[in-house]
Design a binder for this molecule. Structure first.
Ligand code: DGL
Length: 236
């Protein structure tokens, strides 16, 4: 038992879907969510910069009593999670592009993976591809899509033409599924699905990560029963 909060961070709004699912699933817990917005987008920064930010934010969450830290960001996870685990010796949960479930579900077509530029370069992402790409995965790094979501969060429908432009070059490729390899892109799932007239399945990692948080709490005997689903938001 541990009544500390579950700390979750992202460069901005990307991790909010994971937060929402965690609040729903993990009754009896409280949460702290950090928007590291003044340092976003992570996906266009150097590895060194992102690692430094993930370290600072994790330090902050742990100093506020977080019992587990969730990097609700593929870029932060790819660049920093190994370092963070080693440095803090605390439980960390990360998020990676859900290539595995998409590969397991594939029946005929291609899997289009959308990521930030930084994520596409990470060794752990390449390992994931080595394992699950049998020649049917297309990786499409996006230099500005996370920022577009962050800046248009109150009017996401404006991004429909942006999304269509991003997907158009792959229209001849028999896209069976699209993997959202950045948590900011989760908000675009419906638009992406609409681009394919509903024929492509869209994968995010919300359920997988929420389930993983639960497992990590159980494995480390960190569950609380006294929390009330409260969320404290911190803006950096
Ligand atoms: N939401 C993050 C991710 O999953 C980072 C987006 C960004 O700041 O570039 O990669």
């Amino acid at each position: 038992m541990n009544s500390g909060a579950i700390g979750i961070f992202d460069s901005g709004v990307g991790g909010l879907k994971i937060l929402g699912a965690a609040v729903k699933r993990l009754r009896g817990e409280d949460f702290i969510y950090v928007f590291d917005r003044s340092h976003s987008p992570y996906g266009n920064r150097s590895d060194r910069y992102v690692r430094r930010r993930t370290e600072k934010v994790s330090e902050l969450l742990l100093s506020k009593g977080a019992k587990v830290v969730v990097a609700a960001c593929n870029t932060a996870t790819g660049v920093g999670i190994t370092y963070l685990r080693r440095k803090f010796g605390a439980p960390f949960v990360g998020v990676e592009p859900p290539v595995k479930p998409a590969a397991l579900a594939r029946t005929h077509g291609k899997i289009l993976v959308l990521t930030t530029c930084r994520t596409a370069e990470q060794a752990n992402f390449h390992r994931l591809l080595e394992k699950w790409d049998d020649g049917n995965v297309i990786v499409a790094p996006q230099p500005s899509l996370a920022r577009d979501v962050e800046l248009n969060f109150a009017a996401l429908s404006k991004l429909k033409p942006v999304v269509d432009d991003i997907l158009a070059p792959y229209d001849g490729e028999d896209i069976e599924s699209v993997v959202l390899g950045c948590t900011h892109y989760y908000y675009l799932a419906d638009m992406i699905s609409a681009h394919y007239g509903g024929s492509a399945r869209v994968f995010d990692a919300v359920d997988g990560v929420t389930h993983r948080i639960e497992t990590v709490l159980d494995e480390n005997d960190l569950r609380s029963e006294t929390g009330k689903g409260r969320v404290k938001y911190i803006y950096l």
